[in-house]
Design a protein around this ligand. Structure first.
Ligand code: PEP
Length: 262
C-alpha cells in the first residue's frame, strides 16, 4: 500500500477557450469510463476560471476533480474581477492552486498573501495545491532550502494541523517551469524527503497525509522517473497537460502499489 494516494494535476494557465476546455474534458471522461483511468490516483484539472464550471459539469461523477488556478480573498462583495474560494466551490472546484510562481512573479503575490489565500481556501473547504520553489539565482546562491521554508512558514502559521491532510505541496523550481529543464530525479526525491521531514516537524502527524508533488517541465517521458522517487506522490503539469493525449499518457503510467512506477 502507498502511504498516500498518488496525484496528477493539470494546470492550463491562460490557455483554452471554454469550448476547447469542454472538448478536452469530454475526451478525458471517455478514457476514465472506458479504461478506468484514475482508479488508482487522483486526477485534477485546473482550467481558467471562465471554463471551470463547464469542465466541472462534464467531469461530474467521473471522479476527476476540478481546481481553480488561484483565488481572491473574501467571500462575496464589491471586488470587481475577484473570484473567491466560495465562488470556486459553487462553480464545481474542489481544489485550488495557491502560490504558483507565475502568480508570485506577475501578480505580486508575496508569501504572506499566499498564506492568506491558503487559509481562505481551507476555510471554504477546498483542497490546496501549494506551490513553492526557488529561482535560479536562489539556487546558485545555495538558498534553495531557506527559500522553501520561507514560503512554507507563513502557511503553517495560518493553518491548523488538520488542514494539512487536505494540502498538497508542489515543489516547483521557478527555473524549471516551462523551460524544458528539470532537477535530476534524485534531486527531486531529496527535495520531497526534505519537505516531508520539515512538515512533520512543523505540523505534526497529519503532515504524513500531505501529498508532495513535483512540477516544472514534466512530460510523459520524464514523469515515470520522477514518480519512481520515494516520497514523490505525483506531479503538477503545465504545458504537457494541454494536449489531452499527453495528459492521458501520464495518467496511464503504471504505478506500483508500494510506491514508484513499473
Ligand atoms: C506549472 O504550470 O505549474 C508548470 C510546472 O508548468 P510546466 O509543466 O509547463 O513547466
Amino acid at each position: 500500500m502507498r502511504a498516500r494516494r498518488p496525484m496528477l494535476a493539470a494546470n492550463w494557465k491562460m490557455y483554452k477557450s471554454v469550448a476547447e476546455s469542454q472538448a478536452w474534458a469530454e475526451q478525458l471522461k471517455a478514457a476514465v469510463v472506458e479504461e478506468g483511468i484514475g482508479a488508482d490516483r487522483d486526477l485534477i484539472v485546473a482550467p481558467t476560471h471562465l471554463a471551470l464550471w463547464a469542465v466541472a459539469t462534464v467531469l461530474a461523477d467521473s471522479g476527476v476533480a476540478v481546481a481553480g488556478q488561484t483565488l481572491d480573498l473574501g467571500v462575496e462583495g464589491a471586488l470587481t474581477g475577484a473570484v473567491s474560494a466560495y465562488l470556486l466551490r459553487q462553480a464545481g472546484a474542489s481544489w485550488v492552486l495557491v502560490g504558483h510562481s507565475e502568480r508570485r512573479q506577475h501578480f505580486g503575490e508575496d508569501d504572506a498573501l499566499v498564506a492568506e489565500k491558503a487559509k481562505a481556501a481551507r476555510h471554504a473547504g477546498l483542497g490546496v495545491i501549494l506551490c513553492v520553489g526557488e529561482t535560479e539565482a536562489e539556487r546558485a546562491a545555495g538558498a534553495t532550502w531557506s527559500r522553501l521554508t520561507q514560503q512554507l512558514e507563513p502557511v503553517v502559521a495560518r493553518l491548523s494541523p488538520a488542514d494539512w491532510a487536505a494540502m498538497a505541496v508542489a515543489y516547483e523550481p521557478v527555473w524549471a517551469i516551462g523551460s524544458g529543464r528539470t532537477p535530476s530525479p534524485e534531486e527531486i526525491g531529496e527535495a520531497a524527503a526534505g519537505l516531508r521531514q520539515w512538515l512533520a516537524a512543523a505540523v505534526g502527524p497529519t503532515a504524513e497525509a500531505t501529498r508532495i508533488l513535483y512540477g516544472g517541465s514534466v512530460n510523459e517521458q520524464n514523469l515515470p522517473e520522477f514518480w519512481r522517487q520515494p516520497g514523490v506522490d505525483g506531479a503538477l503539469v503545465g504545458g504537457a497537460s494541454l494536449a489531452v493525449e499527453r495528459f492521458l499518457a501520464m495518467a496511464r503510467i503504471p504505478l506500483v502499489p508500494g510506491g514508484g512506477t513499473q
